[in-house]
Design a protein around this ligand. Structure first.
Ligand code: 5AD
Ligand code: SF4
Length: 371
């Protein structure tokens, strides 16, 4: 029996992908081990959303050189967004890597791995898979009470800084029947909580044959007997409808937490980011949410140092974050991600300035949290 070790970087979607991969490999007779030293197959499921995320993967991959030098039979695979974004670089820089699989092909990883093991060649599989949205019930989840459940993949928003649409493709939703059946089965297996995942859950249902939106899906999910809590992420501010707010407010099983990425408080920067809202729209939305949903927990993402972000733009972000008083905020230093549109703009905010803005916001948010 071949032993496999998998290490995951990145977002919840990537963690779910790894659980799917582990499920597939278990079905095909692989055994999961908890350290690379014990493994015949080492898989890295890596993220590419920011430069920092990538650097962590590069560091980890470099360290595998020694393991491979000791045992040439070990197979090493790189999966996920970083594979899609950087296949050439991976093949060139890391001769120890045998397999490169993009995020939309990970459900076929068992077949690819067999080929690499049996034929001894290097294999690269990217782009769209035929069955990516089908059954994921075989995922082997780490957490035994709370489960990630994919409701959609991809993104059509094309925020100018973001590489995701290029790596995970256009937005596609899973039919509601498949999602609800999967959740019912999870509940029958003892799960109490589901976390519905999508790059932009609020646009769930677009282009499905059935007429359904995210609010409808939440209502139907809440009807599942035995399910205690429903969480979801991520929400795009431009797509939160009054109908959705009412469903969240009225349904006890839905956890009163919304992760609502702001990204910037400067209208000029928000326009350059192609976010589809301005600071006024965001404030109005937060007011509506807080009025309708008592006890709402609000978290956000902010990018500092977007191309052309002046001190004045940053001040606007700082003031808006302060005014809103988020319960939690994730602050990221901008990094260009080709082929995303902003990568063609000059990355002109010096790193030291990004760092300073990052620290200022972190200090502010720590204060907010302490309040
Ligand atoms: N640079 C910095 N942060 C980014 N994010 C996405 N793309 C970039 C980028 N190019 C951040 C956004 C997003 C979070 C997942 O990562 O804030 O909401
Ligand atoms: Fe997740 Fe985006 Fe990173 Fe891919 S690039 S793992 S979708 S955060």
């Amino acid at each position: 029996m071949k032993k496999v070790y998998i290490r995951t970087f990145g977002c919840q979607m990537n963690f779910l992908d790894s659980e799917v991969v582990v499920g597939i490999l278990a079905r095909e007779g692989f055994e999961l081990v908890d350290s690379p030293g014990k493994a015949d197959v080492i898989l890295f499921n890596g993220c590419s959303v920011r430069q920092h995320a990538e650097e962590r993967v590069w560091g980890g991959l470099g360290a595998l050189k020694k393991i491979k030098a000791k045992n040439r039979k070990i197979k090493i695979g790189v999966l996920g967004c970083i594979a899609e974004a950087h296949k050439d670089e991976i093949l060139r820089r890391f001769p120890q890597v045998d397999l490169v699989v993009g995020p939309r092909r990970v459900k076929e990883v068992g077949i690819f791995l067999r080929e690499v093991i049996n034929k001894g060649n290097r294999l690269v599989v990217l782009g769209q898979g035929s069955d990516f949205l089908k059954d994921e019930s075989f995922a082997l989840r780490k957490n035994k009470t709370s489960a990630f459940v994919r409701i959609m993949v991809g993104c059509d928003n094309f925020c100018s800084y973001c590489i995701v649409p290029y790596l995970r493709g256009r937005e596609r939703s899973r039919p509601s029947r498949d999602i609800l059946d999967e959740i019912s089965a999870l509940v029958a297996n003892g799960y109490e909580e589901v976390i519905l995942l999508g790059q932009n859950v609020n646009s769930y249902g677009k282009a499905l044959e059935e007429v359904i939106d995210f609010a409808d899906l939440l209502k139907q999910t809440a009807k599942i007997d035995g399910l205690k809590r429903i969480r979801f992420m991520t929400s795009h501010p431009k797509d939160i409808s009054m109908k959705l707010i009412e469903v969240i407010a009225g349904e006890k099983k839905i956890v009163r937490h919304i992760h609502l990425p702001l990204q910037s408080g400067s209208d000029r920067i928000l326009r350059l980011m192609n976010r589809g809202y301005d600071s006024g729209d965001y404030l109005t939305l937060v007011a509506k949410l807080r009025q309708a949903i008592s006890g709402l927990i609000l978290s956000t993402d902010v990018i500092v140092g977007f191309p052309g972000e002046t001190r004045d733009d940053f001040k606007k972000t700082y003031n808006l974050v302060k005014e809103i008083g988020f319960d939690n905020a994730f602050i990221f230093k901008y990094s260009p991600r080709l082929p995303a549109a902003s990568a063609k703009m000059k990355d002109d905010v010096p790193l030291s300035e990004k760092e300073e803005r990052n620290q200022l916001l972190l200090a502010l948010c720590r204060k907010e949290v302490r309040k």
